[in-house]
Design a protein around this ligand. Structure first.
Ligand code: B16
Ligand code: MG
Length: 219
């Protein structure tokens, strides 16, 4: 069987935009006088923008109309996009370029599977717009992680079967999404704690050993 494609989550795997998400949500929460801290922010990893707002609103008794929620979502995204202006290739996380080079040299396809509707903008800012063989993102799906839709879409675009895909994720919802899609998954960062992934990676570069191990008898 072996691994024929690696599908990378974006925020928290390729680039640390999670801090910008935190700052943007914090500004909205402060304005609305809602308690919001980094522990709550960790629950927003891999979760869509609209569902993230619902989690934040768990900490207030105030009832928001759909229109008011829509305004908060737009405001959050405006603050977030303003912060993204600071993003550059120097924000690509450690090991990412090396791992992608290794995969390409070994004819393993690479894709993005992200909940973010800002994926194109982020990839452009960090100079990786033309790096991936396929992109599946929040603008193309109707069901959020832990539903496997975004990863299945990436696999379909690559024309690779789910069982031949390895997902790399920093969020528990993303790890579950990959497993729900019958894919292997390597956890990095916060997702290691959930202990559900096929592999846990202390450092992203260790993915090359895992791929090697999986493909020893196939390539
Ligand atoms: P946007 P990922 C996710 O990206 C983030 O982890 C999550 O915090 C965010 O709410 C979600 O994208 C939606 O992002 O507001 O840009 O559409 O980790 O799936 O790459
Ligand atoms: Mg993520």
């Amino acid at each position: 069987m072996g691994i024929k494609a690696v599908i990378f989550d974006l925020d928290g795997v390729i680039v640390s935009t999670d801090e910008y998400h935190y700052q943007a949500w914090k500004s909205i929460a402060d304005k609305e006088k809602i308690d919001f801290d980094r522990t709550i922010n960790n629950r927003l990893r891999g979760v869509s923008r609209a569902e993230s707002l619902e989690i934040i609103l768990e900490n207030t008794n105030k009832k928001y109309t759909q229109d008011e929620k829509g305004e908060l979502l737009e405001e959050k995204n405006n603050v977030y996009k303003e912060l993204l202006k600071n993003l550059s290739a120097s924000d690509i996380l450690e090991g990412v370029n090396e791992v992608i080079d290794y995969l390409k040299a070994n004819n393993i396809k690479v894709a993005i599977g992200s909940s973010s509707k800002n994926t194109s903008l982020i990839l452009e800012k960090i100079g990786l717009s033309n790096t991936f063989d396929a992109i599946a993102d929040g603008t193309m799906i109707t069901k959020s992680k832990p539903d496997p839709e975004v990863f299945i879409l990436a696999a379909n675009k690559l024309e690779v079967l789910p069982e031949n895909c390895m997902v790399v994720e920093d969020a528990e919802a993303g790890v579950e999404a990959a497993l729900n899609g019958k894919m292997k998954v390597s956890a990095v960062g916060d997702a290691i704690k959930c202990n559900k992934a096929t592999y846990n990676l202390d450092e992203l570069i260790n993915l090359t050993n895992i791929i090697n191990e999986n493909n020893r008898y196939y390539i």
